[in-house]
Design a protein around this ligand. Structure first.
Ligand SMILES: Nc1ncnc2c1ncn2[C@@H]1O[C@H](COP(=O)(O)OP(=O)(O)OP(=O)(O)O)[C@@H](O)[C@H]1O
Length: 445
């Protein structure tokens, strides 16, 4: 999850200067010069930190408009950390902003080091806030598979063993990595995530191991690599299966020697990180030497955790639906609604090829688009669900797999497949429309 910082300032030059400064350190840094665009921007995603000019509109220096924006930001379901800014050393306004929930206050023109320190502190505060709720919201699900996974995490976390997390896209591998780090002895350090699949080969060494100023044309200053930056913490190497073989060799050397040599440095530096890696590759591919080096695999997979796809733990679907629907209802300030029974059946039946991430997106879509008193199947925008596992679903829904329960699951699934179109569903099921209506009545669908 990358950091998203927003700078709200009507002075485009000021906003751009802050953006250039912060972009060197943080993930995504956006600017907004017109406060009218704030609501639309928040609907697309709430930033982690907002730098808010309190004297936003030229000519209005009482700060009322800035404070109104601050209220809007603080009213979000997961409010961003706000750093208030003003061109005037206006102490009463600063105090008012702090009272209304701004976490910090700086005056313009700012000192770069002070601004960066303020953002760092804001992120740390937000991380701490997130941490409190995270344990309950992270890794939800009480299926047998999830309970076993959580038990494994609890026993593996306190060790220093390298862990490899396997699973399809969107199953929650990064959440598992975060849970391991959070319960480890390194929890006070950072967990730094690196997308190994997205690292270009040309910058691989510089990114991971760092470089010395002047060691190549773009090396304008010394730069610490991710290994050094994660010192005392954990390094999450994501998409490890997509690394080119040459890069694998360099990573292996670093892990074997437990040291890295920044480009242009004359001596190596010791590393102090725990490696948690993840891939969505099938295990068979990992054992294929043309894809992955066996010696590197051996270094990384001291412990292997497998996160099962959602279709193998359908019992977790209702709790995940509830969680994400409630989250987006709060975020988009929409009324709380229940799920129509036929929609729940269809959601349980769905194979979720995109796993929890896809379920989360489907919930967001339903909250935004849903118009009725309850959410219906069409709100979730599912692709036609393959009718594969009626028996398993019937068991999940009713606790047994009687012919009746299986029939109900098959009907619900087929209806979902055709977005509720009775004629199409009846034709596919090989019964008349009238017969289908009777069965809908019988099953209360
Ligand atoms: N058990 C869970 N409980 C709550 N949310 C979950 C769970 N598993 C996954 N998610 C959510 O689903 C999304 C995808 O999770 P995550 O990024 O951890 O998956 P991933 O396996 O690392 O994905 P990828 O392979 O695409 O990198 C995130 O928004 C995450 O919060």
């Amino acid at each position: 999850m990358s950091t998203y910082i927003l700078i709200l300032d009507d002075d485009a030059d000021v906003a751009t200067a802050a953006q250039l400064l912060l972009r060197r350190r943080y993930g995504q840094v956006g600017t907004l010069n017109d406060p009218a665009g704030l609501s639309a921007l928040l609907a697309r995603g709430v930033p982690d930190v907002v730098l808010l000019d309190l004297n936003f509109t030229p000519g209005r220096i009482n700060g009322a408009e800035g404070l109104a924006l601050l209220d809007l930001l603080r009213a979000q379901a997961r409010p961003p950390a706000v750093i208030a800014m003003t061109a005037y050393a206006d102490v009463p306004l600063a105090v008012e902003a702090l009272k209304r929930g701004a976490g910090d206050f700086i005056t313009k023109p700012w000192d770069n080091a002070r601004l960066v320190a303020a953002v760092d502190q804001a992120l740390a505060r937000r991380g701490a806030e997130r941490g409190v709720g995270a344990d309950s919201s992270a890794l939800m699900g009480e299926s047998q598979a999830m309970r076993e996974l959580k038990a494994l995490i609890a026993s593996v976390a306190p060790t220093e063993a390298n862990v490899m997390v396997l699973g399809e896209n969107g199953v929650g591998k990064e959440l598992v990595a975060r849970a391991i780090h959070a319960s480890s002895r390194r929890a006070a350090g950072t967990l730094l995530a690196v997308d190994m699949g997205a690292l270009p080969e040309s910058t691989f060494e510089s990114e991971l191991f760092g470089h010395r100023k002047g060691s190549f044309t773009d090396a304008k200053a010394d730069r610490a690599g991710r290994f050094q930056a994660a010192r005392g913490g954990s390094l999450f190497l994501d998409e490890i299966g997509n690394m080119p073989l040459a890069a694998q060799a360099k990573l292996l050397t670093a892990l074997e020697r437990r040291e890295v040599t920044p480009i242009g440095a004359d001596k190596p530096e010791a590393i102090d990180v725990r490696i948690i890696s993840a891939t969505n590759l099938e295990e068979a591919s990992l054992f294929d030497p043309s894809v992955f080096r066996a010696d590197l695999l051996f270094r990384l997979n001291t412990i292997v955790l497998r996160v099962p796809p959602l279709r193998e733990r359908r019992e977790d679907v209702p709790v995940l639906l509830r969680h994400y629907l409630q989250m987006y209802e709060a975020q988009y300030q929409r009324p709380a609604r229940g799920i129509a029974p036929s929609a729940l059946d269809a959601l349980l039946l769905h194979d979720w090829p995109g796993n929890v991430r896809a379920l989360r997106h489907a919930c967001e879509r339903a909250v935004i688009l849903g118009q009725g008193a309850e959410y219906v199947v069409a709100d979730f925008g599912l692709a036609a669900a393959p009718v594969a596992t009626h028996i398993a679903v019937a068991r999940t829904v009713t606790g047994d797999a009687t012919l009746d329960a299986i029939e109900r699951a098959a009907i619900a699934s087929t209806l979902a497949q055709f977005n509720g179109n009775i004629s199409h569903a009846a034709k596919t099921l090989g019964i008349s429309r009238a017969a289908l209506y009777r069965k809908l009545g019988k099953h209360g669908i």
